[in-house]
Ligand binder design. Structure first.
Ligand code: TYM
Length: 311
């Protein structure tokens, strides 16, 4: 059976870009694979330095995973920090790739271009992500388009290691669905926490409505392009055509219709989410960590032997 894995950072509330770009594709696929769903808490530490917030975000993300329909019996749900082999393997990869190679990473380049100070964790971020994937011999990684380069980095780390120490790691493939590769935010740019243009996945109806009402509309166009593009995630384009024709010039009506369509998708998941306790989250993570550790430690024994640290 082929292996599938994806991961999300617990750096804030998940938004509909995370849902359509990564989570939904995972949910649609995971039954056909041996699947793992990761909470990448050490990645989140590159930006979030508030322990209370991080703890809460971790619990929330796992609740989100369960609420969107991931069954912990059919997918290993775990957090990165519970399996120290991830950071260990990342270190080994860091000794194999060069500084100029890592300097090409978009996340790092963007930060520097904005004049912000990038920490060394952000710089090495792609090698920790490579470890997340390569430790488990993953075949397919469902992600949004912004992660394409990171999967290339993972392939490169695998190739470098294999070349140096002998065939050990499988080269993974990304799975990026064209229609949701880059979900736009309320301003038409890529939806992203750092741009402040998100529609929360599990906000209250009021919070969702507030975000939708803030979608930027251009009064010169026939139909509000950004509203329409987000709407097309929730409704067939065929049905939308008629709706936007009827609402021509009345952007508020189109936005109200969008709120109702988001609500129709999210409300049942939100209801399910409310019944999930913190204790359930702890149990899921403990069981997931145990399974993941077993596989990771096997792989790392092989790695330690190959690089020569096991005597
Ligand atoms: P993160 O936490 O930034 O985002 C999680 C997932 O959501 C997708 N995504 C989007 N997709 C479409 N449109 C958008 N506007 C949008 N915004 C976010 C991302 O592409 C991603 O799939 N580096 C990763 C986390 C990670 C990981 C991994 C993923 C760490 N290790 C191993 C897969 C496998 C990240 O920062 O995702």
């Amino acid at each position: 059976m082929q292996r599938l894995l994806t991961g999300l950072q617990p750096s804030g509330a998940l938004h509909i870009g995370n849902y359509f770009g990564a989570l939904k594709p995972f949910v649609d696929l995971y039954g056909d694979y041996e699947s793992s769903l990761l909470v990448v808490d050490y990645h989140a530490l590159t930006t979030l330095k508030n322990p209370e917030e991080l703890r809460q975000n971790i619990v929330n993300v796992v609740k989100d995973y369960l609420a969107v329909g991931v069954d912990p019996k059919r997918a290993t749900i775990f957090k990165q920090s519970d399996v120290p082999e991830h950071t260990e393997l990342a270190w080994i990869f860091e000794t194999l790739v060069t500084v100029p190679f890592l300097m090409q990473a978009h996340a790092y380049k963007d930060k520097v271009a904005k004049g912000l100070e990038a920490n060394a964790g952000l710089f090495n971020y792609p090698m920790l992500m490579a470890a997340d994937i390569l430790l488990y011999d993953i075949d397919v990684v469902p992600v949004g388009a912004d992660q394409r380069q990171h999967i290339e980095y993972a392939r490169e780390a695998a190739a470098k290691f294999n070349e140096t120490f002998g065939e050990t790691f499988k080269e993974p493939k990304e799975r990026i669905l064209e229609s949701v590769a880059t979900v736009p935010g309320t301003d038409g740019q890529k939806m992203s926490k750092s741009y402040g243009n998100t529609i929360p996945l599990f906000g209250t109806k009021d919070e969702i409505a507030k975000a939708v009402m803030s979608i930027v509309t251009d009064s010169s166009g026939e139909s509000p392009e950004h509203v329409y593009n987000i709407h097309s995630l929730f409704k067939e384009r065929g049905e939308l055509g008629a709706l936007y024709k009827a609402n021509k010039g009345n952007y508020k009506a189109s936005k109200e219709a969008l709120v109702e369509d988001i609500e129709a998708t999210v409300a049942p998941m939100r209801e399910r989410r409310e019944s999930i306790s913190d204790d359930e989250v702890r149990t899921v993570l403990a069981e997931g960590a145990e399974k993941a550790r077993e596989r990771a430690s096997k792989k790392m024994t092989e790695v330690r032997k190959k690089i020569g640290v096991m005597i």
